[in-house]
Design a protein. Structure first.
Length: 264
């Protein structure tokens, strides 16, 4: 993977967009810097990981930039875990001090099965992307087995507003837990934030925005809630906000996790 450089030219736009969405105010002369992670070509353009680090050396944003072209022409499955067509590590400072290790992107041209307990049993059949943000290394993701695992997650490790993880472990992913509101939802589906668990439900090892191609093609800013467990099982910095900001110049989205707080 090559290091990406295109993020530099969108830094000013990204700062303005995310601050506007969060209701924050810019800090004059703040000596922040952007640090590049991995990048790769996706649908003829660039997908990349990156971070914003403040003058005190703290990671304050963790980002993934994805081109809208991938929603116009969904890439074929790749060689990454569970067919991911992009697997992008974060910079070392992100891996060492925050929840995030790497990002994976899987495409689902015809959607995928929905939790059978949902009212809308075909809810996730729309074309969409699974945007996995993992806390564990890629090599460990490859080893996650399929199967049915009925051990519940400890209550303090289940975010408020999310269900216990499903019993089914998806190979090279794990068990998925959706928001409680998804079980009774009947609206037109566009996006959902999922929490992911290891097969034994001992640890929430990924968070996953599922986003439809329809929503990405709207080319509009939007936000998603971030699952907040009372106990993670690891001392690190964890985000409280997720903003998906559309960059008209680059025709891309910057997926930004921010509002980092200590968790254990």
């Amino acid at each position: 993977m090559k290091k990406q450089n295109s993020i530099i030219k969108t830094t000013l736009w990204l700062g303005a967009a995310v601050l506007a969405l969060s209701g924050g105010a810019a800090i004059a002369d703040q000596p922040d810097k952007f640090i590049a992670g991995d990048s790769t070509t996706v649908a003829g353009k660039t997908a990349s990981t990156w971070a914003r680090v403040n003058g005190a050396g703290k990671v304050i944003w963790v980002g993934l930039t994805i081109p809208v072209s991938m929603a116009e022409n969904m890439p074929a499955p790749g060689t990454g875990p569970a067919g991911a067509f992009a697997v992008l590590n974060y910079p070392a400072i992100v891996q060492e001090t925050t929840y995030f290790n790497h990002a994976e992107i899987q495409g689902n041209e015809h959607g995928h099965p929905t939790n059978p307990q949902y009212t809308q049993t075909n809810r996730y059949l729309a074309p969409h992307f699974d945007l996995h943000f993992y806390n564990i290394p890629v090599a460990d993701v490859f080893t996650i087995p399929p199967g049915l695992f009925f051990t519940p997650a400890p209550a303090e490790r289940v975010p408020v507003g999310w269900a216990q993880p499903e019993a089914r472990s998806v190979p090279q992913m794990g068990r998925h837990a959706g928001p409680l509101t998804e079980f009774t939802a009947t609206d037109h589906w566009l996006a959902t934030m999922i929490a992911g668990y290891l097969p034994n439900a001992s640890y929430m090892h990924f968070i996953e925005p599922m986003v439809t191609t329809e929503l990405l093609l709207k080319r509009e800013n939007f936000t998603l809630p971030v699952p907040q467990p009372a106990v993670l099982g690891k001392a690190t910095q964890y985000p409280t906000e997720c903003v998906l900001a559309y960059d008209k110049e680059a025709d891309a989205y910057h997926i930004v996790f921010k509002g980092f707080e200590a968790i254990e």
